[in-house]
Each structure stands twice: as C-alpha cells, then as structure tokens.
Write a protein that binds this ligand. Structure first.
Ligand code: SF4
Ligand code: SF4
Length: 276
C-alpha cells in the first residue's frame, strides 16, 4: 500500500501522506478552510464543525480537521452547502456568545453574511458571568464557544492535570472545575496552558483583563521579544509582550517542537519581579 493518498480539492489534485487529515490536504491545495476548535498542538475535538467540507458521494458534510484523507476523494471547500453550514454555525455562536474579544470570529461572521440578530426575542445569551477567583487568570464564560481546547490542554494533550472540563448541557454548559470549586481550591496548577489555547478570550491572563477594563490594552503598540526562561534547565522559549516599557503578558511559541506553546506557572506568570 502506498504511503501517499491523492485527493482533489476544489479541482486541484494534491498528494498527502496516508493518515493526514482532509484539512492538511485542503491547505496543501491552497484552500482556506476556517477552524475554531482545531489547533495543530491538540487532538481534534470535533466540537465546532466550522471546518466542514463537502466530499463527493458522501451524505453528510465532513469535519476536515478529523477526517482522514482517502485516495480518490473529491472535496469542495467553498460550495453553497458548505457556506450555508458555516454561516449557521457562526450565526448561532454569535447570537449566544459575547465575541468582543474574538475579532477573527467576528470577521468570519461578516464574511459569511451571518445575521445573529435575526433570532430576535428568541435569541438567548450565555450568561454565566465573569469568574475572578485568583490573581493569575480570569474566566469570562459568556465568551466561551465550548471548543474544548482548554479541556484538552489541561488533560491528555499537554498538562495531564484534568482540573477543568465541560459541565452542564446546552445553554447551561460551561467550563468548570470539579464540583465547581474556585480554581485555587481545584487541582489547577496555574500553568495557564488553557489560557494560551483559548480562541475567544474567555480565559484571559489577569494583567490583560485589568488593562482591557482600564481601556489600556493596546496590542498594536506592543513589542514581542523572544527569550529563554531562566527558572530551570528545560529552556522554554518565552515571548515577552511589552507595552509602555512593561511586560504585560508572557506566551510561548506553538511551533516549538519541545514545548508546543506550553509553560509552567513560573514561566508564564513568574515575571512580575522584573517591575518590582
Ligand atoms: S491553568 Fe493549567 S492546570 Fe489550571 S486549568 Fe488551566 S491548563 Fe489546567
Ligand atoms: S474557555 Fe476558551 S478554550 Fe475553553 S472551551 Fe471556552 S472558548 Fe474554548
């Protein structure tokens, strides 16, 4: 059996390694397929379906992030059926969730021509509220699209701490600790790896949250400087986000083949002494 499969995406023939996803094949063909729950460093959760594509001969749309490419597949990434499905997904999300800190998703709502206001009085908002129960990061669950990224980062895909999961169903579903205890009383070790993967700002480091509340968060003016964490011998890469001469946030590059965007509490939050 060949190690390569051949797929036609929007009329363009491409070859990908056997086992590669349809999303990889689409990207190799130059097709732009939007994603939300997908992240290269995480196992596909199949939660949002935004990456749906049409496979010739298949009854239902396929989630490109988790469907393996198969020899001979003919795929359409921008058919009317695909666009309608994506439009409905972002419309329902935008009708229920606060997307004020998710500009890419807001842009997609506009691009797809979605109209979240058309649900009128039947529109229901997620209203869990903002949970500030520690000094390091904030959970604003009205902004949560339930993509499962944070759950995966806290679990098998990175941290193996399993401090958070999705509790409840429907509009009552939320990211919660075990027995819904405050984060400091939970198993959380405050690595912030969940915050790093959150696509909507539902999880946000406290420094950014406070600056936004004060109207002082200005990402366009920030510089990002890469350095090496000095706390231990692992040598994780740190990206220092600096505004007005002060560190305002620390992240880690997702494309690093050792740390893949993850840090521990010291690397991500242990920098305040710099300004003491
Ligand atoms: S900070 Fe780390 S341990 Fe705590 S919930 Fe997030 S990923 Fe899990
Ligand atoms: S808190 Fe963020 S990462 Fe977690 S499920 Fe909600 S949107 Fe996704």
């Amino acid at each position: 059996m060949s190690d390569v499969v051949r797929v036609v995406v929007d009329g363009t023939p491409v070859e990908v390694a056997r086992g590669a996803s349809l999303l990889e094949a689409c990207r190799r063909a130059g097709a732009e397929v939007p994603t939300l729950c997908h992240l290269e460093t995480l196992t596909p959760a199949n939660a949002c379906r935004l990456c749906s594509v049409e496979v010739e001969g298949a009854r239902v749309l396929a989630a490109a992030c988790s469907r393996a490419a198969e020899d001979g597949m003919v795929v359409a990434t921008d058919s009317e059926r695909v666009r309608r499905a994506r439009r409905m997904i972002v419309e329902l999300l935008a009708s229920a969730v606060d997307l004020t800190t998710a500009p890419e998703l807001v842009a997609l709502v506009a691009e797809l021509g979605a109209d979240p206001d058309r649900y009128g009085e039947h529109r229901r908002r997620v209203s869990v509220g903002t949970v500030v129960d520690n000094d390091l990061y904030v959970r604003d669950l009205d902004k949560c699209v339930l993509c499962y990224r944070c759950v995966e980062a806290c679990g098998d895909d990175a941290q193996h701490t399993y401090a958070i999961t999705v509790a409840g169903r429907g509009f009552d579903a939320e990211i919660a600790t075990e027995f819904d205890v405050p984060l400091p009383d939970s198993a959380c070790v405050f690595c912030g790896n969940c915050v790093a993967v959150c696509p909507t700002g539902a999880l946000m480091v406290k420094t950014e949250f406070d600056l936004r509340a004060a109207g002082e968060w200005r990402p366009d003016e920030q510089t990002i400087t890469r350095t090496i964490c000095g706390y231990c011998g692992v040598g994780c890469n740190l990206d220092l986000h600096v505004q007005d001469g002060r560190i305002v946030k620390v992240t880690s590059p997702f494309d690093h083949d050792v740390t893949r965007g993850n840090l521990c509490i010291k690397g991500r939050f242990g920098w305040t002494h710099v300004h003491a």
